[in-house]
Each structure stands twice: as C-alpha cells, then as structure tokens.
Design a protein around this ligand. Structure first.
Ligand code: PGA
Ligand code: ZN
Length: 425
C-alpha cells in the first residue's frame, strides 16, 4: 500500500494562453505523479463545470486560483493518507465533498487534475507505465488517429461552419505509419493552400484555418492533398467530420454562413451530409446534429447510422447516464471520451465500459485548449479505444500525445496491435 502524502495544485497556462490547473501528488514511498487539465471551447451544455475565478482584473475572469485553492485547502487534507490505488474511493470522496452533480463547487478542473495525478502516481508506485496500470497487461492496442487538418467553427477565424475536418489513415499497418501518412498529407495540404493563395496559419487544434469559400472546398483540398502525398482516398485514407452542430443551431434551424446565411432544417442538413458521404470517403460524423434536437438526431441515425460512425460528443459528454440514454434511444453509435467532461478518471472508465457493452467505437479525445500533458495517450491505450482524437500533427500540445503514443508503440514492440476496423462498426 502506498498512501497519499501530499497534493499540491498550481495555476499554469493552456495552449490558448488561458489559465488551467496542474496537480502534483507525492506518495509516502516518494513516488510522484503530476497531471494538468485541458479546457474546451465548444462545450456541451451538460458537461462537468470548470471553476473560473471571475475576477475581471486577472486573466479577464479566467483565472483558476479558486480551483487551485480548493485542491490545496479542501481536497488535499481530505485525501491525505488514502491508498492511492483506490481510484474509485478517491474520486467518490471528491465527488462527495463537492456535493453537486456537475462538480461546480470544487470545479471539475480541480477534481480531474487530482484524479489524474493520483493515477499517474499510482502507476509510478507500481513501477509500470500508466497504460498498463489503468488497462492491465492486455492493454497493447494503439488507437487509430483522427487527425484534424482543417479547423473551423469555434476553433478558427476561418468561418467554416464545420469545426473539424479530419483524416483517418485506415490503410496504415501501424500507429507510427498512420502518423507518417497524416504528416505527409498535412504538408501536402500546406503546399496546396500556398499555391491557391491561402494562408497556412493554423487554428486552435493545429489544423489549417484558411478563409475558404465553402465546407466542400475544405473536403476537396484535403482530397487533393491525399493524392498529392501519394495515398488513395477511401483505401489508405478516409475522412471524418466534427460538425459541432450546436454552434450553428439557433431557433430550431442550422445556420450555415458559407451558404449565404441560409438556414437549414435538420432534414436539409442531413441531406447535405448524405451528399458528402456519397461524394467523399467519410467514415465518421461527430455532433452532426445539435444535442437539443432529438428528432434531428433520430433522423441522422436513420439516414446514415447503418453506414458510418455517428459520434456523440456534446450529445453524451462522457457521462454514463447520457451514454446509457443514447444507447437506449439509438441517438448515436459511437462516442467521444473526454475526461474533463465528466471530471474523474473512474467516471470516464465507467463511460468506456458502457460503450464496450454496446459494442460502440469510442475515441479518447483532447480539448481545443490543451497542455503538454500526455495522460490521454496512455488512457486511450489503457481503454482499448478504437480512435484517438488529438488534433493536428503540429503544435506541441498536440504532438506531445502523438509522441507519447510512439513511445508506447516502441515499448510494446512486437506485442503492439493497431486500430480496429475503422470502416465497420
Ligand atoms: P472543444 O472541441 O474542446 O472546443 O470542445 C473539441 C470537440 O468538439 O471535439
Ligand atoms: Zn466534438
């Protein structure tokens, strides 16, 4: 048994230059673990709540001194002396102290940073890598990366309606090869953008953020880049989309700025998705319909659910309750897993278990505001995730996760497996 000796939190910066929480846990044995939490921009209404100071004279209200104080003054004393391997007990204790359903009192940012740091410390204490500690010795599968090459929506000023245009290297034989395919296409895309007079500046998740004339143009440019890099669309590389549709859903309609601010009904939007799926090798659409549009969600599943992955992100927010409901109602057929949407490691594991029981694919995912923390890379392997979504192949906070996966692949050597069948579910 190795008990928690000390817990200290501090305020650090995320990749957007906003404050976030980092926690270090030291155990009686001297083993230690540090972890930092990310922050989203397109946040589902039912996510666990991060605590921000609201002091407009510091970081325009976005400071996290209160969350840091909650760790140091409230959570730390309560958890001191607990066996660090008792993750569920640690997480439950924090949930009880908080006393709210969405962790708004302590702050999900405070609670998750402690939860993750405890897992990292426990792995160190056991002398095993984090993916083995959380996933056991059978955790040997590297996830298929969904690499975000064009950023739109709330992640860029490109004014593309769709938030993320991703490539999925389904033909790659290994994780490292998948990453290489992705990088080569990313660079080919940069060259193509340059020849068309578009900027190759990047958005929050490292994908390019050019001022394109339509969502289709984004797909067309990516298709061109795939071929220019020497790959076969639909064979080596497929496409995936995160619409984050709640960000353009107002008054029961979907407002697409790149079609002249004409609104679309859910039926019209789904028809557009069907055209895209017909024209491009799209294997996954995430949040294609807003979470507050149940009729639209049903229609999307009827139209495309048998054909491709219909991913729930804002819809299920890594919450076992919402995932159970989505399974029952058939409102999606795959899920994003984001630890900070639910606030503890053990609750995220419970969410994964539900996905497994429903035979869903699930992608462990970053947030648009990230840190250099690599917890999610290990977590994806530990959870046997079908996919990882951690942005583009540039920006250090994104490549940190890819580089950690490369390290894990190397460590596993011949035991490493890669991906699930990305096209079938
Ligand atoms: P967010 O975006 O981190 O800004 O919420 C990521 C996503 O929608 O998948
Ligand atoms: Zn999303």
């Amino acid at each position: 048994m190795d008990c928690i000796g000390s817990i200290r939190a501090m305020e650090i910066l995320d990749s957007r230059g906003n404050p976030t929480v980092r926690v270090s846990v030291v155990l009686d044995s001297g083993a230690r673990g540090t972890s930092s939490v990310p922050a989203g921009a397109s946040i589902g209404v039912n996510e666990a709540a991060e605590l921000r100071d609201g002091d407009m004279f510091r970081y325009r209200g976005r400071g996290v001194r209160k969350a840091v104080g909650n760790v140091n003054d409230v959570l730390a004393p309560a958890l001191m002396g607990m066996d660090v391997t008792r993750q569920v007990e640690i997480d439950d204790a924090m949930r009880e102290i908080d006393g709210t359903a969405n962790l708004e009192r302590m702050g999900a940012n405070a609670v998750l940073a402690v939860s993750q740091a405890c897992a990292v410390a426990a792995a160190a204490s056991n002398g095993v890598p984090l993916y083995t500690y959380l996933g056991g010795k059978d955790a040997v599968r590297l996830p298929m990366p969904m690499i975000n090459v064009i950023n739109g929506g709330k992640h860029a000023d490109s004014s593309l309606d769709m938030q993320e245009f991703m490539i999925v290297p389904i033909g790659a034989p290994s994780f490292s090869e998948a990453l290489r395919y992705g990088v080569e296409i990313f660079h080919a895309l940069a060259r193509i953008l340059g020849t068309r007079g578009y900027t190759s500046a990047v958005g929050d998740e490292g994908g390019f953020a050019p001022l394109l004339t339509s969502n289709e143009e984004a797909f067309d440019l990516i298709m061109e880049a795939i071929v220019a890099a020497g790959y076969r669309p639909g064979v080596d590389i497929c496409l995936a989309l995160d619409a984050a549709a709640a960000s353009f859903f107002r008054d029961g309609n979907y407002w697409l700025s790149r079609t002249g601010y004409r609104s679309k009904t859910s039926v019209q939007l789904i028809e557009l998705y069907q055209q895209w799926v017909h024209k491009y090798p799209i294997v996954s659409i995430e949040d294609g319909i807003a979470e507050s549009d149940p009729a639209g969600l049903r229609e999307l599943m009827t139209a495309l659910g048998h054909q491709i992955q219909i991913m729930g992100d804002d819809l299920v927010v890594t919450n076992p309750e919402f995932i159970a409901r989505a399974i029952e109602q058939g409102s999606c057929n795959a899920a994003l897993i984001k630890l900070n949407q639910i606030g503890t490691v053990s609750a995220a594991i419970a969410a994964v278990e539900l996905c497994c029981r429903a035979h869903w694919h699930y992608a462990v995912a970053h947030r648009s505001g990230e840190t250099e923390d690599t917890f999610i890379a290990d977590f994806a392997v530990a959870m046997n995730a079908s996919h990882i979504k951690t942005g583009s192949v540039c920006r250090g906070e994104r490549t940190a996760k890819y580089n950690r996966l490369l390290e894990i692949e190397g460590e596993l050597g011949a035991r490493a497996l890669f991906g699930h069948d990305a096209r079938s579910r």
